[in-house]
Write a protein that binds this ligand. Structure first.
Ligand code: AMP
Length: 111
């Protein structure tokens, strides 16, 4: 279940890393859909949101706090999207839990 994201965490693949602590890493998406497009990734190998165990729920709270901080730093705190694709049917391509932080331009409404 090791993915490219674990390789980035272990520095086996390059990435533009903007934030890191013991539990999380955040780096630029290689194929951005907006001027700001980061991926926020728990370092623990968790397949997807649906697989997140109760004892790991704190990681999502920490991840949201990191997203708030990055949004402030990057000047997008007035408008951004923080989302995860759960499962192939939702478009998940990398099966290591991650949230997209997207902003910096008007975003098309979803739903
Ligand atoms: P998802 O479809 O939600 O699984 O999103 C996976 C995201 O990972 C996509 O937006 C890709 O552009 C991005 N991605 C894949 N490989 C890399 C990489 N080596 N460095 C940065 N982003 C990547």
């Amino acid at each position: 279940m090791t993915t490219v994201f674990s390789k980035i965490i272990r520095r086996e693949l390059p990435a533009e890393i903007l934030f890191e602590n013991d539990h999380l890493i955040a780096f630029k998406d290689i194929n951005p859909v907006a001027p700001v497009h980061l991926l926020l990734v728990p370092k623990k190998e968790i397949r997807d949101l649906q697989s997140l165990a109760p004892e790991d729920l704190y990681l999502v709270g920490e991840l949201i706090a990191a997203a708030q901080q990055l949004a402030e730093q990057l000047g997008i705190s007035n408008g951004y999207r923080l989302l995860t694709n759960n499962g192939a049917a939702a478009g998940q391509a990398v099966f290591h839990l991650h949230f997209h932080l997207i902003g910096g331009a008007p975003l098309a409404p979803i739903g």
